[in-house]
Write a protein that binds this ligand. Structure first.
Ligand code: FES
Length: 214
């Protein structure tokens, strides 16, 4: 059975309901495969790869041309918006005049205007404010924070090719909190917990192969 979303074929969602899903308590346990040594080795490999100082700051769809978005990465405030051409602009979220939060400003015709005294930023260096490198991969928006990362900067984040838009769906969850990035990465490197902890997302998830511990 397929579900329709909206009207006509253009709104068709390429998903099907599962009628034969294994009951949660009847699925095969995965605790023997989810070995701490395998996850730790995966984490070690992951963090040894260069980041180029790029950080994800949100979903592409959440960066708008009618209002700014604000994010804080490792204590660095970032403001983002889309200019008149639809390109994402980013830089310090602190107004260079008296320090107002630029995320509380407004965007008019692609220009970000500080709410306190009207300092206007079109994305170019101005009054001490500098733009930061930003990349929109179509799903996620990345900002390069060289002082935070401290690694050799790269021109672009290392992102695998995205599937064509018509053949894929994307969902981005944005949560604000304090966390250890290594914990987040280690969580992703434990795919064996998916069907147990997130059965609403991963039904019958089976890990077919995993790298050796070394
Ligand atoms: S604090 Fe932004 S214009 Fe004064």
């Amino acid at each position: 059975m397929t579900e329709r979303h909206g009207r006509g074929d253009r709104g068709r969602v390429p998903l099907s309901f599962r009628r034969d899903a294994v009951r949660w308590e009847s699925q095969r346990s995965t605790w023997r495969q989810a070995r701490p040594a395998a996850i730790a080795a995966g984490l070690k490999r992951a963090v040894s790869r260069p980041s180029g100082n790029w950080y994800v700051v949100g979903a592409s769809a959440d960066i708008r041309s009618d209002r700014p978005a604000g994010r804080t990465v490792a204590g660095t405030e970032v403001v983002l918006w889309r200019d008149a051409g639809g390109e994402v602009r980013a830089g310090s979220g602190v107004c260079p005049h008296l320090g107002a939060a630029l995320k509380d400003g407004v965007v008019r015709c692609g220009t970000l205007i500080c709410r306190w005294h009207g300092l206007a930023l079109d994305g170019s260096p101005f009054a001490g404010w500098e733009p930061w490198p930003v990349h929109d991969d179509g799903v996620l928006v990345w900002v390069r924070l060289d002082r935070v990362g401290g690694e050799e900067p790269t021109a672009r984040p290392v992102v695998p090719p995205r599937p064509p838009g018509g053949a894929a769906i994307a969902a981005v969850y944005t949560g604000v909190g304090g966390c250890e990035p290594e914990d987040v990465v280690a969580n992703r490197l434990d795919p064996w917990h998916g069907a147990w902890l997130h059965p609403y997302s991963f039904v019958d998830l089976e890990v077919l192969s995993a790298p050796a511990d070394d």
